[in-house]
Design a binder for this molecule. Sequence first.
Ligand code: F6P
Length: 327
Amino acid sequence: MSKKVTKIGVLTSGGDSPGMNAAIRAVVRTGLYNGLEVYGIIRGYNGMIEDDIFKMDSRSVANIIQRGGTILKTARSKEFFDHEGRKKAYANLVKRGINGLVVIGGNGSFTGALKLSQEFDLPCVGLPGTIDKDLYGTDFTIGFDTAVNTAIEAIDKIRDTADAHDRLFIVEVMGRHAGYIALHAGIATGAENILIPEEDTSVEEMLAGLSEKEKRKKLVNLVIVAEGHSSGGANQIAEIVKQQLPNLDTRVTILGHIQRGGSPTCIDRLIASRMGYHAVESLMEGRHNVMVGIQDNTMKYTPLEIAIREKQRVGDEWLKIVKILAS
Ligand code: F6P
């Protein structure tokens, strides 16, 4: 029989993502509704180590559902990698009687949560908060939809100027080792080529396509490349294109951190609210050390070690669609 959770901590960790605030709000208000005490931990695991922890009430999360970033701030904590750091952090939870934890973040953040749960028997639940959508066990991660929409808006604008000048634009998007932002934004903007780590399309293949399109005077070209693609990114690809196809007027845009900010979309607000609610329910019902996800519109609970270890596969159907639609 697992211990009853009565006081919970909530933190955001790793790269921020739009919708994290909506998730915090859902965790706090669901916790309070169920008579739990809820504590906010500032700057992720760093704040846990430094005892930067405060008691939250319903008003602490007022007027934040629409805001990007995270009111709890975030960090990637080096000290937490060591057992000594985690021991110090756990002592600060014990001091307040915190006996359950909600971690909103990605892979690295869940690794920290797993260690805490294994070393100190602390019930933890993870919420997938990352723009990269690189976590196994969920169709959505909080922030992905907003990041893709931000990328789409920017790429549509780039297409206007590409069209005006008959230029080739190579646009690099984020995603760390995953290509989902590139794939979704590329399909939605009608990009001619999408280069993602999951399907290592070779640069030679891309060059052959560009050269064929050049011959038939198809001059507006958009190549979307995920930062994790084996080529090294947009600048490296542009160098090769300039050498091999000097007739093309080639430009590079790296979208960068703009993809992490901004007001969350409706989808991100909804999934964050739903996942936040279920995170607290999970802790109360004894479903511990899992990541709360949504698959086929149903809540899915994946053990943290599996969410960390397994990869999310890119569907073959999408890869086929990309090839057919970009011709
Ligand atoms: O994981 C989110 C993410 O934005 C990745 O897409 C990117 O590779 C990384 O974080 C950038 O990290 P930082 O903000 O530390 O430069």
